[in-house]
Design a protein around this ligand. Structure first.
Ligand code: NAD
Length: 499
C-alpha cells in the first residue's frame, strides 16, 4: 500500500475540503446559541475567518447544565459498570485517533500551532489521556478502613455531579482532555467551555463522543467567551469547576464559587518558570538546545515555558552562543508546513501584548536575538524568537508571564543566589536545574517551590503518571495521574454497624 506523503500540499488540500462545525453541543445534539449571536473564528496563521461560531451565554449555560444534571440524575453514565464506561471511553479515544488528521488540521488552523506538533503532541496526547483515564477507572477502588470491631467502614469515591471545564487556547484539545477525561471516567457529566480563540476541536470531538456511545447530556460543549465561563462558575447547579487559564481569571473563578454554591474549584494557572544552568552542567549543547525548546516550543505559549534562564557567570558566554544558535531553528513559518517549528501567535491582541513586552525589554535589558514581528505569511501573527539579557531578575520582562517567544537571561554567581532568584516569583508551576552532581540535583529540587522540577531536561514526562500543577499563584490541584481522578470525586465514609 502506498503511504501518503503529508506535506504542505496534502494539508492545503485537506483544508480546502474541510467542513467546520461551529455550533454548541448540548444534550447530544448541535444547536445554535439562544441569542443566535455568533463570533468570527479567525485563523492566526493568515487572519482568515475559518467559521462563524455560536456565542453562548448564560441562557445556553442553563440549558447545558440542565442537560448535564438530568443525565447525571438519570444515572445513565455514572450508573454504568466501570468497565463499561471504560469501553465507551476507549471507543471515543479510538475515534479521536481515526480522525487525527482532521483534528490536527483544525487545531493548527484555529490556534496557529505547527502541524508537526498537533499531529504528534496535541491530538495523540488527547487520545492517550482519554485512554489512560479509561484504563484507570476499573482499577480505582476505595478503602475498607480500620474501625471498631462492631463496624465495617467503607471509604468510597463517588462522582461529584456536574463538572464545568473552562480551558485556554494554547493546547485547546489537550488541556480540555486533561479535564474531561478524568471527570467523565469518574462518572460525572461535563460541560466544557473551550476558549473563544480556539473552540473548533472541542466542538468536533463532541460528535465523536456521541458516536462512541457517551449518552446525551453527559458531555456538552459550549463555545463562547468570558461571559459563558462566568455563568458556569456562578451556576448553582454546577458542582465543580475545573479551570485552566490566567491567574487573573483564576482568582475571579474562586470568587464566583464563593459567591454562589461553593462548588469545588480546581485551578491550573500561569507561570514564569526558571531554568537554572549550573557551571557543572553535564552537556552544554543539549542544555542550550533544551533551553531554546523550553521557551520557543508552541510559540512560547506554554504555561511551563522556561521563560527565565538562570546561567552561571562562568559559563554564560559559551552557553549563550549555543542557545542563540539553537534558537534559530524556531524561525516562524507556515503552520501547515510540516517543517515549521514555530507557528503563529494566537491573535492580534496577544501579538500586541507580546510586542509590548518586547518594547519594555528594549528599555530595560539588552536584546540578543529577534525582537520583531515576522512576516511569515501576510496577515498572520508571527513573532521572532526573542532573547534578552536582563542581567538581573527585577526587570518586568523577567517577572511577568508574557506567554510568547521571549526569553529573559539572568546571570548568577552562587547556588544560593540562583535558588533565591528562581523562587522569587508569584508563580510556582515548574523549574529545572542542570548539574552533574547528584547531591546538588536533589538539594536544589527540594528547594525549588514548583509543582514540577526537571533535572538535566525540560518538559519531559509525556505520560500521564505525573501530576501536573502549580504551587502558589500557579494554581491548586493537579491535572494528570490518579490524583486528577480524585479531584472529580467526593469521598464518602459509610459505617455499617454489625451488631
Ligand atoms: P484566560 O484566563 O484569559 O482564559 C481562559 C478561559 O477562561 C477561556 O476559556 C476564557 O474564555 C475564560 N474566561 C475568561 N474570562 C472569564 C471569566 N471572567 N470567568 C470565567 N471564565 C472566563 O487565559 P488564556 O489567555 O486563555 O490562557 C493563557 C493562560 O493560561 C496563561 O496564563 C497560561 O499560563 C495559562 N495556562 C495554564 C496551564 C496550566 O496547566 N497551569 C496550561 C495552559 C495555560
Amino acid at each position: 500500500m502506498e503511504t501518503q506523503i503529508k506535506d504542505l500540499k496534502y494539508w492545503q488540500a485537506r483544508r480546502a475540503a474541510l467542513a467546520i462545525e461551529g455550533r454548541a453541543f448540548i444534550d447530544g445534539m448541535y444547536r445554535h446559541a439562544r441569542s443566535h449571536e455568533t463570533f468570527d473564528c479567525v485563523s492566526p496563521g493568515d487572519a482568515t475567518v475559518l467559521a462563524r461560531v455560536e456565542a453562548c451565554n448564560a441562557a445556553d449555560v442553563d440549558d447545558a447544565v440542565s442537560a448535564a444534571r438530568r443525565a447525571f440524575d438519570a444515572n445513565v453514565w455514572a450508573g454504568l459498570n466501570p468497565r463499561d464506561r471504560k469501553a465507551t471511553l476507549l471507543r471515543w479515544a479510538a475515534l479521536v485517533r481515526e480522525h487525527a488528521d482532521e483534528l490536527a488540521l483544525l487545531e493548527t488552523l484555529d490556534a496557529g500551532k505547527p502541524i508537526a506538533d498537533t499531529t504528534t503532541v496535541d491530538v495523540p496526547g488527547a487520545a492517550y489521556c482519554i485512554e489512560w483515564f479509561a484504563e484507570a477507572i476499573d482499577k480505582f477502588g476505595g478503602e475498607v478502613a480500620p474501625a471498631d470491631h462492631h463496624l465495617v467502614g467503607l471509604v468510597t469515591h463517588e462522582p461529584i455531579g456536574v463538572v464545568a471545564a473552562v480551558v485556554p487556547w494554547n493546547f485547546p484539545l489537550l488541556m480540555a482532555a486533561w479535564k474531561f477525561a478524568p471527570a467523565l471516567a469518574a462518572g460525572n457529566s461535563v460541560v466544557l467551555k473551550p476558549s473563544e480563540k480556539s473552540p473548533l476541536t472541542a466542538i468536533r470531538v463532541a460528535q465523536l463522543a456521541l458516536e462512541a456511545g457517551i449518552p446525551a447530556g453527559v458531555f456538552n460543549v459550549l463555545p463562547g467567551g468570558g461571559e459563558a465561563g462566568k455563568a458556569l462558575a456562578l451556576h448553582g447547579d454546577v458542582d465543580c469547576i475545573a479551570f485552566t487559564g490566567s491567574t487573573q481569571v483564576g482568582k475571579q473563578i474562586m470568587q464566583y464559587a464563593g459567591a454562589s454554591n461553593l462548588k469545588r474549584v480546581w485551578l491550573e494557572l500561569g507561570g514564569k518558570s526558571p531554568n537554572i544552568v549550573l557551571p557543572d552542567c553535564p552537556d552544554l549543547d543539549r542544555a542550550a538546545k533544551t533551553a531554546a525548546d523550553a521557551i520557543f516550543y508552541n510559540m512560547g505559549e506554554m504555561c511551563t515555558a522556561g521563560s527565565r534562564l538562570l546561567v552561571h557567570r562562568d559559563i554564560k558566554d559559551a552557553f549563550l552562543d549555543r542557545l542563540i544558535d539553537a534558537s534559530r531553528r524556531y524561525a516562524p513559518g507556515n503552520p501547515l508546513d510540516p517543517s515549521t517549528a514555530m507557528g503563529a501567535i494566537i491573535d492580534q491582541a496577544q501579538l500586541d501584548r507580546v510586542l509590548g513586552y518586547i518594547e519594555a525589554g528594549r528599555r530595560e535589558a539588552t536584546l540578543l536575538l529577534g525582537g520583531s514581528r515576522a512576516p511569515a505569511i501576510e496577515g498572520g501573527f508571527y513573532i521572532e524568537p526573542t532573547i534578552f539579557d536582563t542581567s538581573h531578575g527585577d526587570a518586568r520582562i523577567a517577572r511577568e508571564e508574557i506567554f510568547g517567544p521571549v526569553l529573559s537571561v539572568i546571570t548568577f554567581d552562587t547556588l544560593d543566589e540562583a535558588v533565591r532568584v528562581a523562587n522569587a516569583s508569584d508563580y510556582g508551576l515548574a523549574a529545572a536545574v542542570w548539574t552533574a552532581d547528584l547531591t546538588t540535583a536533589h538539594e536544589v529540587s527540594r528547594k525549588l517551590r514548583a509543582g514540577t522540577v526537571w533535572v538535566n531536561c525540560y518538559d519531559e514526562g509525556g505520560d500521564m503518571n505525573f501530576p501536573f500543577g502549580g504551587y502558589r499563584q500557579s494554581g491548586n490541584g493537579r491535572d494528570k495521574s490518579l490524583h486528577a481522578l480524585e479531584k472529580y470525586t467526593e469521598l464518602k465514609s459509610t459505617l455499617i454497624r454489625l451488631r
